[in-house]
Design a protein around this ligand. Sequence first.
Ligand code: GRF
Length: 214
Amino acid sequence: MLRIVVLISGNGSNLQAIIDDIHDDEVEAQIVAVISNSPQAYGLQRAKQANIDTIVIDDANVASRTEYDRSLQQCIEQYQPDLVVLAGFMRILSNDFVNRYKDRLINIHPSLLPKYQGLNTHQRVLDAGDSHHGASVHFVIPELDAGPLILQAEVPIHSNDTVSELAQRVHDQEYIIYPLVIKWFAEGRIKMENGKVIKDGKELKHAAAILHLI
Ligand code: GRF
């Protein structure tokens, strides 16, 4: 059974979607630990309710990124994960950390990457007057929000959309695509080799699929 460690910083609604799909036997995997850099993260409550080990590695008083990432890695190692899932983990990870979990570290980002790397994506998309927005699941490499894409979901932007309406539309798709990618990983259908995504034995040149929603 695929062993997963999930890293969070906040609400943990993506974590919840993964917990629910595992519970419903949609995904054959086990979340062995949820780690947060913030003691306030609501996702910790979600994990506890699902009887998952929770650990807080508070970054409030940590001197350096190297030091923090070393503690994080030591903690993760105890759980021997096959996959490390970033689900709203709001820290930039050091190259050493990323390289340690190379090929088994994935992230979800609220935009149609490579567009809108970084923060405040929903506001920036609205400011730019785009017609579409979305979310992307990708393998993590040392460059921020730049790893090879696995799956994206696209949503339309309606006139008069507020940031929160648009964010909710994107979130609803995140809850579909993130558990789906984890399912593929658990089934051995997806992997990264030499920096390239291989799905069902073939190299993916673009995101595996874009879910288009009306
Ligand atoms: C999501 O929008 C995800 O794309 C981004 O952070 C947010 C996390 O939300 N990486 P939640 O904590 O899963 O509710």
